[in-house]
Design a protein around this ligand. Structure first.
Ligand code: ADP
Ligand code: ADP
Length: 231
């Protein structure tokens, strides 16, 4: 479970001060699939980066599976992130010189997993995203949708309990976007908790719970049941 209570985030540069999040409150239960929408600059990426332990917050309390993040040192935070969290980004963030196998292997090397086990897991993940047999292709030899599936495989390799996705379909045409969404739904059904930032209202409506962020706060949430909004 992910629990944020009165989270504030202040960005301070020489000239400007930006309150990116203010009194931000959110609980995400185990097994949920949540879509996060909101205007540009409203704090969606900031929220996701804090949730994923990539960025510190300025105030409030954040607990992940009961662990108070504010009490951890840098190493403990990195370990927790590697253990529990997978990321997917709009730009895929694959390493262009590495083939698919090597890209997916990166987080496993980082976690000190042995070669034989790495091979097994990479092959499983490629299979899971429908790209078995493409292990030795380079990212540039794939379509955008396929590259995003590789990025999802890489995120899955570490068997994360939480998958955080920042505009995962932002660079894809609508058919590929729907395919990636279907894959995320399958992952969610097999137990991964997913938080997805998106501008795509159609995809957002496919998830059971939507939250909207406006001016650094959760402005509204909607529960969809069988396609009908219930507030
Ligand atoms: P969104 O993802 O909803 O577009 P962001 O979380 O990226 O919004 O940004 C929220 C606000 O914080 C914006 O005003 C943005 O300019 C500001 N911001 C984001 N990152 C930084 C940073 N590294 N330094 C200073 N300001 C930032
Ligand atoms: P990595 O292990 O990938 O280098 P770290 O966890 O060490 O990343 O974070 C990099 C920097 O960002 C550290 O200096 C740390 O202080 C800061 N930081 C990252 N996440 C948080 C967080 N949740 N709370 C406080 N500081 C953070």
């Amino acid at each position: 479970m992910l629990h944020m209570q009165n989270i504030g985030k202040l960005y301070q540069t020489e000239m400007v001060q930006t309150q990116a999040l203010r009194e931000f409150n959110l609980t995400v239960e185990e097994g949920e699939f949540i879509a996060v929408t909101g205007p540009s600059g409203s704090g969606k990426t900031t929220f996701l980066n804090i949730a994923g332990l990539l960025e510190p917050y300025s105030s409030g309390q954040y607990t992940l599976d009961g662990i108070d993040i504010g009490k951890l040192n840098d190493n403990q935070r990195s370990d927790l992130r590697n253990q529990k969290i997978g990321f997917i980004f709009q730009g895929f963030n694959l390493i262009p010189d590495l083939d698919l196998f090597e890209n997916i292997e990166v987080p496993l090397r980082y976690r000190g997993i042995k070669a034989k086990e790495r091979k097994k897991r990479v092959e499983q993940c490629l299979e899971q995203v429908g790209l078995a047999g493409r292990a030795r292709h380079l990212p540039q030899q794939l379509s955008g949708g396929q590259q995003q599936r590789v990025a999802i495989a890489r995120a899955l390799a570490g068997e994360p309990r939480f998958l955080l996705a920042d505009e995962p379909t932002g660079n894809l045409d609508s058919l590929m976007a729907r395919q990636v969404m279907t894959l995320l739904e399958e992952l969610n059904q097999s137990g991964t908790t997913i938080v997805m930032v998106t501008h795509d209202q159609e995809l957002a409506r496919r998830t059971p719970r939507n939250i909207q962020i406006v001016d650094g706060q959760v402005a509204d949430f909607t529960l969809y049941q069988g396609g009908h909004a219930a507030r």
